[in-house]
Ligand binder design. Structure first.
Ligand SMILES: NC(=O)c1ccc[n+]([C@@H]2O[C@H](COP(=O)([O-])OP(=O)(O)OC[C@H]3O[C@@H](n4cnc5c(N)ncnc54)[C@H](O)[C@@H]3O)[C@@H](O)[C@H]2O)c1
Ligand SMILES: [Zn+2]
Length: 352
C-alpha cells in the first residue's frame, strides 16, 4: 500500500493499493482516531452498492462505528438538487451529527454529490472517499471540488470541501467497462503530459494494469501538489484543465455520446496541433503526443463540426470577456497556461 499526503489547508492521506476495500474500516480508524464510535453513512450508486458495499461494511466490524447506507441511481443525472435535498433530509432523519462522517463509495458522481452534501449539512461535516472508477481515483476524489449540476450546465453549484482521507483499492477497476477504464487512462496520461515526462513514459511503455498502483499514486501525488499550490483554483490548478476546453465542447456537441475521457483525449490531441501551429512546441512533440494517445486506444477522429465546437467553447469557464485561457504543451512534461484573445484563438482553431 502506498500513501500520498495531500497538503491542503487541512492535510489528508490517500492510500492506494490492492485488496484495500476489506481493510477500509481499519485503515480509516487508524488514520482518524476520532472516527471510532461515530456513525458513518455510506453513499453509493445502484451499480457499485451491490458490488462493493458489503465488503466495506464488513471492514468496519471490529471498530466502534455504526454504519448506514444510502443508495442513489447510477449516472450523471443523480448530481442534482432534488436528490441532494433527499439525501440531506435522510441524514437529518438518521440524526447524523457534526462529528459523524459520510463515506462516498463510487465514481465521480457519488463523490461530487457526497462531498457537496458533507460541505453543507449542519454547515459542514467530515467525509471520506473510496473511489471506484479510475477517473475518480486519479482525479475527482482528491482536491476537494464538490458539486451538483444545474439545468444551465455541469458542476454549476458546489463548494470546496476536502475529504478527511481517501482509500483507493485498484482491484475494483476490474469491473469497469473498457470505455470507463479508458476515461481514467486519459486523465492519467494528462498528468504526464502537463508536468512529468517520466510518468508519461511509465504509462506508455509498461502497461497500465500491471503498474496501476504506482501510476495512480503518482497521478494523485501530482494532483495533490497542484491543488496544494492553488487550493481554490485561482491559477496553477488551471493546468489540470489540459485538453478540457476542447474536450468539454466535444462532449457537448456529441450530446455526451463521446465520454469525458475520450473527449479529453481528442482535446489533448487538438491542444498539440494548436501549440505546433503557434510554434510553441515542435512538430515532433505534437506527433509524439498524438501517437501516444492512439497507442493507448483512443480514436482521435472528431465527429463534430468545427464551427459548433467553437460555439460551445465560447461557454467555457476559462473564458474571461474577450480572452480565453488555453493549456498548451511546450514539450511532453511541460504545459503552460496561455491567455489569448478570442479572435486569435478562433483563427487558429478553424485551421486545425
Ligand atoms: N470533483 C472533481 O474534481 C471532478 C473531477 C473530474 C470529474 N468529476 C466528475 O466526476 C463525474 C464522472 O466520474 P465517473 O466517470 O467516475 O462517473 P460515475 O460516478 O457516473 O461512474 C461511471 C459509471 O461507472 C459505474 N461504476 C463505478 N465504479 C464501478 C466499478 N468499480 N465497477 C463497475 N461499475 C462502476 C457507475 O455506477 C457509473 O455507472 C462527473 O460528474 C464529473 O463532473 C469531478
Ligand atoms: Zn476531466
Amino acid at each position: 500500500m502506498l500513501e500520498q499526503k495531500i497538503l491542503t489547508g487541512k492535510p489528508y492521506s490517500v492510500f492506494i493499493g490492492e485488496q484495500l476495500l476489506s481493510q477500509a474500516g481499519r485503515i480509516f480508524t487508524d488514520t482518524l482516531p476520532d472516527l471510532d464510535g461515530k456513525s458513518i453513512v455510506i453513499i453509493s450508486d445502484s451499480n457499485v452498492m451491490p458490488l462493493y458495499a458489503q465488503t466495506v461494511i464488513d471492514s468496519f466490524k471490529n471498530t466502534g462505528c455504526k454504519i448506514h447506507t444510502y443508495e442513489i441511481p447510477a449516472g450523471e443525472a443523480s448530481k442534482n438538487w432534488l436528490l441532494l435535498g433527499d439525501l440531506l433530509e435522510h441524514l437529518a432523519a438518521l440524526e447524523i451529527t457534526r462529528s459523524d462522517y459520510l463515506l462516498a463509495l463510487g465514481g465521480g458522481v457519488v463523490g461530487d454529490l457526497t462531498g457537496f452534501a458533507a460541505s453543507i449539512y449542519l454547515r459542514g461535516i467530515p467525509f471520506l472517499q473510496v473511489p471506484t472508477t479510475l477517473l475518480a481515483a486519479v482525479d475527482s476524489s482528491v482536491g476537494g471540488k464538490t458539486a451538483v449540476d444545474l439545468k444551465a450546465g455541469k458542476n454549476l453549484a458546489g463548494a470546496f470541501w476536502q475529504p478527511k482521507a481517501v482509500i483507493c483499492d485498484v482491484d475494483v477497476f476490474k469491473t469497469l467497462s473498457p470505455e470507463l477504464y479508458l476515461d481514467g487512462v486519459a486523465e492519467s496520461i494528462k498528468y504526464g503530459i502537463i508536468r512529468d515526462r517520466s510518468l508519461f513514459d511509465l504509462i506508455l511503455n509498461n502497461g497500465f494494469e500491471s503498474h496501476c498502483t504506482e501510476i495512480v499514486a503518482r497521478c494523485v501525488a501530482m494532483k495533490g501538489d497542484i491543488v496544494s499550490e492553488d487550493e481554490f483554483d485561482h491559477g496553477t490548478r488551471e493546468l489540470l484543465n489540459f485538453g478540457h476546453t476542447f474536450g468539454h465542447a466535444i462532449e457537448a456537441c456529441s450530446n455526451f455520446q463521446i465520454t469525458h475521457g475520450h473527449a479529453v483525449a481528442i482535446g489533448m490531441h487538438f491542444a498539440g496541433l494548436f501549440s505546433a501551429k503557434l510554434g510553441l512546441c515542435t512538430q515532433e512533440c505534437q506527433e509524439e503526443l498524438t501517437h501516444a494517445l492512439k497507442r493507448l486506444g483512443f480514436d482521435l477522429s472528431c465527429p463534430c463540426d468545427t464551427k459548433d465546437l467553437y460555439g460551445a467553447m465560447l461557454h467555457d469557464k476559462k473564458r474571461r470577456g474577450n480572452m480565453i485561457d488555453v493549456i498548451l504543451p511546450i514539450e511532453i512534461g511541460d504545459c503552460r497556461i496561455h491567455k489569448m484573445p478570442l479572435e486569435t484563438f478562433e483563427e487558429i482553431f478553424m485551421t486545425l
